[in-house]
Design a protein around this ligand. Structure first.
Ligand SMILES: *[C@@H]1O[C@H](CO)[C@@H](O)[C@H](O)[C@H]1NC(C)=O
Ligand SMILES: *[C@@H]1O[C@H](CO)[C@@H](O)[C@H](O)[C@H]1NC(C)=O
Ligand SMILES: *[C@@H]1O[C@H](CO)[C@@H](O)[C@H](O)[C@H]1NC(C)=O
Ligand SMILES: *[C@@H]1O[C@H](CO)[C@@H](O)[C@H](O)[C@H]1NC(C)=O
Length: 359
């Protein structure tokens, strides 16, 4: 098993039942604080689809630390661009042609997998665009099963899915695979980059770092170092996918029933929100969590929120009953890890270690 892994990291292609992995090391010139990060593609569906992903191995103990799969929503936003370089990766964007190490990276004590999904988002590509959630789900299922088969080093730890907004069916299906494993879900409400762009044009909220990330990743120098050919388009947000989801009606897919089912099956769910978020406001989120219909709903409703403290400082409030945790972080907007990096890392690690409980 270990040999297979070493074979992969040496750059050899590994064939799984449903696809092939092409991987290379991330150069220090792209991310100075890289440990043994890998980037590359999962080629599948008879080599017609190519999912780009970045594996940020734990800086602590990769073979025992948990594995977190990060998928940006949108739908159609690049996980590498937004999640990794914008919020919680080993490096953050620092100008149009620079990155800086992130001391509060979520891979301090976890293995992180960022997938540009579905195909045609970010550096992922295909001649066969994804039309709906069903397609997206099938592809992510193929990716995950093949990943665990090819990287057995990561197949035995606790596994977390960082799941954003409308992708309930991806999770449903991934669940079939993970049924007997320890899987938990972290849900954050994010500003969709689509909306972000609209507001930006209106002269409102505008994250310059997103423009930098786009420029940085799309540059020929970055492409060359990451082994991405110039003819692969970089879609930081895939507008065609968004349109396809609107056309198929899947934009309205409801993730509430999905969350309720997970909770009833004793999966753990964390929902967090920044209290300065005007777009998905904390009161609305609190209401949503309050109204989830699941087996411990009445206990959850009866419980009062508790102060959430880090180093004796109150950094937010939380409420947890059995598998459901809700956390509101003070003075943070939509992108909590970007606004409050240390607090966000503390939050996710506390939750993973099940230390959120009030005493
Ligand atoms: C796979 O792709 C090859 C080359 O494009 C094609 O000839 C073959 O028919 C495909 N096989 C299947 C099962 O689609
Ligand atoms: C970015 O920086 C690298 C390394 O210093 C350099 O090789 C490359 O030409 C720069 N790219 C741009 C677009 O300035
Ligand atoms: C291959 O894909 C099929 C259909 O998507 C799936 O049923 C099967 O479990 C996959 N096998 C592996 C080893 O990933
Ligand atoms: C990416 O770079 C290419 C080549 O320089 C350019 O034509 C394209 O417009 C760029 N795309 C984005 C999204 O900036």
């Amino acid at each position: 098993m270990v040999r297979l892994w070493q074979c992969l990291i040496a750059g050899a292609a590994a064939v799984s039942a449903n696809g092939t992995f092409r991987l290379q090391d991330v150069p220090k010139t792209i991310c100075a604080s890289t440990g043994s990060d890998k980037v590359g593609y999962f080629d599948f569906d008879n080599n017609s689809k190519h999912l780009f992903f970045w594996l940020a191995e734990s800086r602590d103990n990769p073979s025992t630390d948990p594995v977190i799969l990060w998928m940006n929503g949108g739908p159609g936003a690049s996980s590498v661009a937004f999640g990794l370089f914008g919020e919680l990766g080993p490096c953050l964007i620092d100008g149009p042609n620079a990155t800086k190490p992130n001391p509060f990276a979520w891979n301090n004590h976890a293995n992180l997998i960022f997938v540009d999904q579905p195909v045609n988002v970010g550096f992922s590509y295909s001649d066969d665009p994804v039309k709906n959630l069903e397609d997206a789900m099938t592809d992510m299922y193929a990716f995950l099963t093949s990943f665990m088969e090819n990287f057995p080093k990561y197949a035995h730890q606790d596994f977390y899915i960082m799941e954003l907004q409308t992708k309930k069916d991806v999770c449903n299906n991934v669940l079939n695979y993970c049924r007997d494993k320890s899987v938990s879900f972290i849900q954050a409400e994010h500003l969709s980059p689509y909306d972000f762009r609209q507001t930006c044009e209106d002269g409102g909220l505008c994250y310059q770092s997103v423009e930098w990330t786009e420029e940085y990743l799309n540059s020929s120098s970055t492409r060359e170092q990451l082994g991405i050919s110039d003819d692969i388009k970089f879609n930081i947000v895939d507008a065609e996918l968004l349109q396809n989801f609107l056309d198929s009606g899947d934009m309205d897919a409801d993730s509430i029933a999905w969350a309720e089912e997970l909770l009833n099956q004793d999966y753990r769910i964390l929902v967090y929100v920044g209290n300065k978020d005007w777009y998905c406001n904390a009161a609305g989120e609190k209401n949503l969590v309050h109204n989830l219909r699941w087996k411990h709903q009445s206990a959850f409703q009866a419980r009062d929120s508790q102060p959430f403290t880090m180093d004796m400082q109150e950094i937010g409030i939380f409420k947890q009953v059995e598998g459901l945790s809700f956390v509101e972080i003070y003075d943070a907007g939509h992108m909590v890890p970007a606004d409050k990096p240390q607090e966000a890392l503390f939050l996710v690690e506390s939750w993973i270690q099940d230390r959120l409980r009030s005493t």
